[in-house]
Design a protein around this ligand. Sequence first.
Ligand code: 13P
Ligand code: SF4
Length: 300
Amino acid sequence: MATINEILSLKKERRATILAHNYQIAEVQDVADLVGDSLELSRAAARLDCDVIIFCGVDFMAETAAILSPQKTVVLPARGACCPMAHMITPEQLCDLKSLHPEAAVVCYVNSTAEIKAESDVCCTSANGVEVVASLSEDEVIFVPDRNLAAYVARHTKKKIIPWDGYCYVHDRLTAQDVTTARALHPEAEVLVHPECSPQVIDLADFVYSTAGMGRHANSSSASEFIIGTEIGMIHRLKKENPSKEFYPLSENAICQNMKKTDLDLVLRALQTLEPRVSVPEQIAVRARRSIERMLAVKV
Ligand code: 13P
Ligand code: SF4
């Protein structure tokens, strides 16, 4: 409690806003000003009126905030909290792919480095990948780095999607057998899965959503039980917003180690020291910003 009070008073003093991704631990979600998916948090970072953003999430999210708000101090409380998928493609590999497909537009999932965003035409998140691809005039689209989100988008477009072979280890290891087992245990439950899951898991799901989409669906559905195919941090928010409904993780092993690195002590230290700070060199940021802003202009 002492830590929470210190965080709240220091937050005011610093004119700071605490943003937390849906996968953060419960205590961190509860102290945040806004808990959301990647798209909601990017939108917030672009419009916030504050001096400091404490970004409880992973590296690419804090980088996106720093790109959109270069005048603000952006702090990632857990040093080195990264998304392994974002590092599965290098700018050199993307440039090689672009030279193989010179007519193709390049869409990069926001789970990517600033350098990859700078080399892309437009970003997307799991909430708007289909709409972003539909907004392009090109018929061929290079889609990096997530092969599973690429395959999901490919189901919803006639365009040729050229995927990169990256993946999220948390979602990719969820299996069709996990779905079958969970359905047998909870036959009345609706199955909601994230588009980072494999096509085999998506085939067996009732609905496919970003984490924010899962939240909206659970709030409005008449069902009272849900099997949740994403990182288990999501369950906290779903239960909090829907205390009369039941939520079961598709797998207890769906844990993103990097998302779990942030705790209240680190949030407090981040507010005290304004470190570890995240910034992006302006020559990269200017090109990455164009890709992110182009995404933010797409209506979902
Ligand atoms: P969303 O919150 O955008 O659905 O993304 C999930 C994710 O894995 C972020 O790292
Ligand atoms: Fe990256 Fe997957 Fe963790 Fe999201 S859940 S940050 S995609 S490793």
